[in-house]
Ligand binder design. Structure first.
Ligand SMILES: [Zn+2]
Length: 144
């Protein structure tokens, strides 16, 4: 066997590997799962009650407190969690809440590599990473 043939085989093996990974990533069925998330909001004179915060957080596999911190921080509003509901001072309309949740999913749930949503946030020292259970990617995320 000549050296040339060996390196050709090696090259083809590498190529196969790359193709296998690309195929696996694009066909990850979990990543294509459609998230049907709709915040339930009750608005009174002073506050907005996000009544299904706990349920939405559970669908995203995140702590309700983490999602709540994001919503409040992004909008500069005050609020507090009470019994899995988020009480937000002031009015937050459905479209705004939906848009914020989409942003949250984009930043803190969806894997930037394979687009999957089977992810976790892990802490390492003072850093936070989004770890994908589908493709194994580990991406830095900001701490909120
Ligand atoms: Zn992934």
């Amino acid at each position: 066997m000549s050296l040339d043939l060996k390196s050709k085989e090696f090259y083809e093996m590498l190529l196969d590997n790359v193709l296998a990974r690309v195929t696996k990533g694009s066909s990850a069925s979990a990543g294509d799962r459609v998230l049907e998330i709709s915040p339930n909001l009750i608005i009174d004179a002073k506050n907005t009650f996000f009544t299904n915060l706990g349920q939405v957080a559970k669908m995203l596999n995140r702590e309700p407190a983490h999602l709540a911190r994001f919503l409040l921080k992004e909008t500069g509003r005050a609020g507090a969690i009470s019994d899995d509901r988020l009480v937000i001072q002031g009015r937050m309309l459905h479209d705004e809440a939906k848009r914020l949740i989409d942003l949250y999913i984009k930043e803190f749930v969806r894997c930037p590599v394979c687009n999957g949503i089977d992810t976790r946030i892990v802490s390492e020292k003072r850093f936070r990473f989004l770890v994908c259970d589908a493709c194994g990617a580990k991406s830095p995320v900001r701490r909120i």
